[in-house]
Design a protein around this ligand. Structure first.
Ligand code: BYC
Length: 474
């Protein structure tokens, strides 16, 4: 399926044949660009950035690389190819034909899901807008901008669905996606994590590892949707998403490697000595990990959710990789949850499987998060140190769901609020941690140069060397 690049809005949905839709989107386009200029990456709009742009939806060779000024990036609408034999893969309508239009009874719910997904995309660009100034290298600066333009494209993906399938309400929702802003006191973004500030690159790497990975799992769930245009859009978004998580995974890996180098050079694991040498001590990495992992756990919603049950029953949102499950109806199964008992202990409770879908997805997510942690720990082990990074329990520091507001240790053992307050500094980034991390953040903008707190990457982008001029600043 070829992409039409001669249209003002690149697309593979034959936009030209629907003049009304085309005009509506062309009306939204300048609003988007205005938003990008105002709330996109600050001060780098005229830089030439070595970016990949989607030019095909073929899994092999879907992107083209070249220098682009970000406001000239060809944001467009790309859906995976339609499979004419695709059937509903789960829920009450299992086996029936998928929908090419939105069934009236699910209109409000589907719109809400699409808006929630869409809202996160520009939110992340807003959160990251100041990071260009403090990029540890041109390689990293380029990766930041790659992530940013693609999140912009993911917003386009959702806006297309709103315009094409939800009429006037959809157009209004598309406008509001540019009116809510991350951290805004009056009109914040919908989901918690997307209102957290990202002021430093350690947080950026944690966000791209943990929060973009929530994106992966939510998109996988929506890629199962019976509403076929949503499924196809999410399938293509997942292709782009992989690089974002790579940025987080390798970013954390490089921070750890640099820390180990300094530990080796100075023959110490004293955090203060490592900090004095300009690197980030591993306990601080763990505290940032604790913060962003737990915030991202909340993005899966409550452990017990009637919303999730009806999304599943109605075929709107499945489980990630639904095909791996034997039973796609899931009415006869139960799921056992470990919940707080209200008096400092835990109790087991069985709930119907459909109500546990958020927890099922969260568990798959946690398993996926473990893979990177194991890799980082192998690096630490090889360097001969006993320190290990670890994911905290899914009960720790939760703000959504049954464990919300229940103080526990990182291992998930309930404790009193006083005990929690006494330990908080050891478990979560303190003000002095944040001040220290911010003190390391200085832009390194010469080709091949790297900030002292991070090791260079193993390789560059698209077979270019690490010292390639990934961003040409003017
Ligand atoms: N913060 O039954 P519940 C990405 C709300 S990231 C604030 O517990 P449900 C990306 C919830 O909306 C992926 N509010 O949850 C990553 C509901 O409100 P309403 C984004 C929250 O509905 C990096 C109420 O609490 N995609 O793509 O089963 C960079 C009770 O709901 C939170 C999606 O989220 C929270 N953390 O599931 C760029 C997919 N959690 O509706 C991009 C679409 C819950 O009663 N969204 N609430 O007013 C969904 O599937 C679901 O809405 C959720 C919640 C999974 C978020």
């Amino acid at each position: 399926m070829t992409i039409n690049y001669s249209d003002r809005i690149p697309n593979n949905v034959d936009l030209g044949s629907n003049r009304t839709l085309q005009r509506a989107l062309e009306h939204w386009q300048p609003e988007f660009l205005k938003w990008w200029e105002e709330l996109g990456p600050k001060d780098f709009q005229v830089a030439d950035v070595y970016l990949r742009t989607a030019t095909s939806v073929d899994a092999k060779g879907w992107a083209t690389y070249g220098y682009v000024r970000m406001p000239e990036y060809r944001w467009g609408i790309f859906l995976n190819e339609r499979d004419p034999n695709r059937r509903i893969g789960f829920g009450d309508n299992f086996g029936q034909e998928v929908w090419q239009q939105v069934p009236g009874e699910y209109r409000a719910t589907l719109r809400r899901l699409i808006v929630t997904q869409g809202d996160t995309e520009p939110a992340s660009v807003e959160q990251q807008r100041m990071l260009g100034h403090t990029a540890p290298s041109l390689y990293d600066l380029r990766n930041l901008f790659q992530v940013n333009v693609e999140e912009g494209r993911h917003l386009w993906a959702m806006v297309y669905l709103l315009h094409a399938y939800f009429g006037r309400d959809g157009r209004e929702e598309a406008e509001e996606l540019l009116e809510r802003h991350s951290g805004d006191a009056d009109k914040p973004r919908i989901l918690g994590t997307f209102n957290e500030p990202i002021r430093d690159w350690l947080s950026f790497f944690m966000f791209t590892y943990f929060t973009d990975r929530d994106g992966k799992f939510q998109l996988k769930s929506l890629a199962e949707s019976s509403f076929d245009p949503l499924a196809r859009t999410c399938q293509f978004m997942l292709t782009e998403e992989a690089h974002h998580m790579f940025v987080g995974d390798t970013g954390i890996n490089r921070v750890v490697r640099r820390s180990l180098e300094v530990m080796h050079e100075l023959n110490t694991d004293d955090p203060q000595v490592i900090r004095n040498a300009g690197a980030i001590d591993l306990p601080t990495v763990q505290r940032y990990l604790n913060f962003w992992f737990t915030s991202s756990l909340d993005l899966f919603g409550s452990e017990t959710s009637s919303n999730a049950a009806s999304y599943f029953a109605n075929g709107l949102k499945g489980r990630p990789d639904e095909a791996q499950y034997e039973d796609h109806i899931a009415v006869e199964q139960a799921y056992t949850l470990e919940l707080p008992d209200g008096s400092g202990g835990t109790k087991s409770e069985q709930i119907p499987m459909r109500n546990a879908m958020n927890e099922v997805t969260r568990s798959s997510y946690v398993r996926d998060c473990e893979i990177g942690v194991k890799r980082w720990n192998r690096v630490i082990e090889k360097a001969g140190h006993s320190f290990r990074l670890a994911l905290p329990s899914t009960r720790f520091r939760r703000s959504i769901g049954n464990w919300a507001g229940v103080p526990t240790t990182p291992e998930g053992v309930p404790m009193s609020a006083e005990q929690f307050a006494a330990h908080k500094q050891a478990w979560l980034p303190s003000e002095s941690d944040q001040t220290f991390i911010l003190s390391l953040m200085h832009g390194v903008h010469q080709p091949g140069k790297m900030a002292a707190w991070i090791a260079p990457p193993d390789r560059g982008i698209n077979n270019n060397p690490v010292d390639y001029e990934y961003v040409k600043l003017h």
